[in-house]
Design a protein around this ligand. Structure first.
Ligand SMILES: C[S@@+](CC[C@H](N)C(=O)[O-])C[C@H]1O[C@@H](n2cnc3c(N)ncnc32)[C@H](O)[C@@H]1O
Length: 253
């Protein structure tokens, strides 16, 4: 899940302060993080994805903005030789840990230690706090319904869902991996219509992959009905405040 929110990167920029960015590694790249990195004064950047089709799309979008040393690379952090021996002043792990399940299942407890030798001065981790099982109000219940329906469609298509980890889990694992946590902050999320449409869009794209066609048709009707209900709620009540993201700055100990 990727709520588009520059509140998070504005914190990273503020915490970096006057320290130069130098060489930057976007350890789990996407349009949002790379667009932000392109606006920074970096010496060089490397952006990593585990997904060749994402890389091809990003090359189309950003290809014209790569300088001599900038790199968009496809690889998997579970491969010990991938980017071995490289070092970056700043490493960004923007919603990387939540996505690991889709690329290297059960590797989440290893990823921070794997990134450590690549971190010269600072590691910034951005993540989504897993949702509570219950919400206190109608808006929160709609967000939970959307997330559950999306995940149900992903599973019925035979794919793996993202698996988010709480801030406290991340702080424990940063410590265990040899990082000093300098600061961290939970940032409340405001969900709008673009979130509803993008997440139900993920659900819709899984429908053709479901083996049971009657079930797929029933799911489609359910997606349409939930979308109408959620968009109507937002028109009436405004954006939905539910859950939080977090930002962490850590340095190698
Ligand atoms: C949810 S996206 C991150 C969001 C992204 N920063 C953005 O701006 O949209 C997760 C990224 O991490 C990458 N990723 C996840 N697990 C990986 C792994 N084991 N090795 C390499 N890349 C991985 C995915 O391919 C994807 O590029």
């Amino acid at each position: 899940m990727k709520p588009k929110d520059d509140q998070l990167f504005s914190r990273v920029s503020a915490w970096q302060g006057l320290e130069p960015w130098g060489r930057v590694l976007d350890a789990g790249t996407g349009n949002h993080s790379l667009s932000w990195i392109l606006r920074l004064k970096t010496e060089q950047w490397t952006a990593v994805t585990g997904d060749p089709s994402r890389s091809a799309e990003m090359r189309q979008t950003f290809g014209g903005q790569l300088r001599g040393g900038d790199r968009l690379v496809v690889g998997n952090w579970s491969d010990p030789s991938f980017l071995q021996g490289e070092r970056y002043d700043v490493v960004i792990a923007d919603y990387l840990v939540g996505a690991i399940e889709g690329f290297a299942p059960y590797y989440q407890d290893q990823i921070l230690g794997r990134l450590k030798p690549l971190v010269g001065r600072a590691l910034y981790v951005v993540g989504l706090e897993p949702f509570d099982d219950h919400a206190q109000d109608e808006g929160g219940r709609l967000i939970l319904e959307i997330a559950r329906l999306r995940d149900a469609c992903i599973l019925l298509a035979g794919h793996r869902c993202y698996r988010e980890f709480p801030l406290q889990w991340m702080l424990r694992h940063l410590d265990a991996a040899g990082f000093e946590v300098e600061r961290h902050e939970a940032v409340p999320i405001l969900y709008g219509s673009s979130f509803i449409q993008s997440q139900l869009g993920v659900a819709r794209r899984k429908l053709p992959l479901m083996a049971d066609r009657a079930l797929a048709r029933a799911m489609e009707l359910h997606i349409d009905a939930l979308e109408r209900r959620a968009l109507e709620f937002i028109n009436r009540c405004g954006r939905i405040r539910f859950g939080s993201d977090y930002v962490i700055k850590a340095t190698p100990r």
